[in-house]
Design a protein. Structure first.
Length: 227
């Protein structure tokens, strides 16, 4: 069964905000604390396993994304991308760098690092991979492995302007505070869709972080908040 595409997610009604949940503490948002938490985490069930629906004409495919945590003096920032508007899938959306697993890739880490280099020019020499989150199943039939990496400053980005319109950073503390997590619901032709968003107001524009990106970040929040 095909689900209706969401072309203007920011217009979908907000049904609730999770400001009753605690933010991840500053102590749990350091590089060393996140590294230790990922190393100690046993198998766990994420809050969001995926959208639960597939396009009828697509076979499931493997993919991986990098959750790049840039180590700034003021704290960790998450590096995200805004996809170009002409792409067939997820045009204009806020995403992690990443993509489909290719036959030559030796696992999801290799995919995430290769795609990050290709999409935004961030060399793997600046990245320390510290763990993975559970696989997330997207509505477009991708089985996505989120790979968490610490990024040393001093890098220079070179964007693939066919796929990436811009790259930007968001303080991780903002995203790990559920007061900024909004739940949305809408109906189309008798079919219901629900999704999570974490809108971030940048210097010049608002970045509407939603869908799979927001869901994987919420899973990251659950892991860190349970530490």
């Amino acid at each position: 069964m095909t689900r209706p595409a969401i072309t203007q997610p920011q217009l979908a009604p907000v049904t609730s905000v999770d400001d009753h949940l605690p933010a991840v503490t500053d102590l749990a948002l350091t590089a060393s604390a996140i590294r230790a938490r990922l190393a100690a985490a046993a198998a766990w069930t994420p809050e969001f396993a995926g959208d639960g629906g597939l396009f009828a004409n697509r076979e499931p495919a493997g993919a991986a994304v990098l959750i790049p945590l840039v180590q700034r003096e003021a704290g960790l920032n998450l590096l995200l991308t805004r996809r170009t508007d002409h792409l067939r899938d997820h045009a204009g959306q806020i995403s992690f760098p990443g993509g489909r697993v290719e036959p030559e890739d030796d696992g999801p880490v290799a995919t995430a690092l290769r795609e990050t280099e290709e999409e935004i020019g961030l060399s793997r020499q600046h990245i320390e991979v510290i763990g993975q989150l559970p696989v997330y199943s997207t509505v477009t039939a991708f089985q996505v492995t989120p790979v968490v990496g610490l990024v040393e400053p001093g890098f220079t980005l070179k964007l693939d302007d066919f796929e990436v319109a811009e790259a930007f950073e968001v303080p991780l503390a903002f995203l790990m505070n559920p007061a900024h997590h909004r739940h949305h619901r809408f109906e189309f032709a008798g079919t219901e869709r629900r999704f999570l968003s974490m809108p971030w107001q940048g210097v010049e524009r608002e970045y509407f972080i939603w869908g799979a990106t927001a869901a994987m970040l919420r899973n990251f929040y659950r892991l860190l908040s349970d530490a």
